[in-house]
Design a protein around this ligand. Structure first.
Ligand code: 4NP
Length: 151
């Protein structure tokens, strides 16, 4: 069974949404997969996902109330098959922690790896308007279907 880790800055907006979408869509498609998410920062450690992220997900029928923020740990390089980052800053931060070529190879921009859209980074919705979460959802759903199509 593949293990997938989703990574963003705070682990309260984009990566818990990505985790929740992957978990839900894999279940719908009867694909066995293990999911987790983490932040490059520990600013929100132990917190639930942002209320706007949870509300957007709830409106799509996907609950992520069980998820709690945690920081990325170098041990994650050995625990996960795929480490998907949401933007290039996340990529650089995680890449800096990778000590082997094999670990570096696991790090991918989720949209670059899995999406057909020209957008290669999931925009950070934290400081923006509420509709930013809708944009994030749409980008992640498309990428997730493509990811599940090829694993
Ligand atoms: P995320 O969004 O990386 O998608 O979870 C953010 C969450 C919190 C902060 C920034 C981005 N923050 O500055 O606390």
């Amino acid at each position: 069974m593949k293990n997938v880790l989703m990574v963003c800055l705070g682990n309260i907006c984009r990566s818990p949404m990505a985790e929740g979408i992957l978990r839900a869509k894999a279940k719908e498609r009867n694909i066995a997969i293990s999911t987790d998410s983490a932040g490059t920062s520990s600013w929100h450690q132990g917190e639930k996902a942002d209320a706007r992220a949870r509300e957007t997900m709830r409106s799509k029928g996907i609950a992520i109330d069980d998820l709690r923020s945690r920081p990325f740990s170098p041990e994650d390089f050995d625990l996960f098959d795929y480490i998907f980052v949401m933007d290039r800053k996340n990529f650089a931060d995680i890449f800096d922690l990778a000590k082997t070529e094999a670990h570096k190879q696991k790090i991918k921009l989720y949209l670059e790896e899995s999406s057909a859209t020209k957008v290669k980074e999931v925009p950070d919705p934290y400081y923006g308007e509420d509709d930013g979460f809708e944009v994030v959802y749409e980008l992640l759903v498309e990428a997730t279907h493509r990811f599940l199509d090829r694993i």
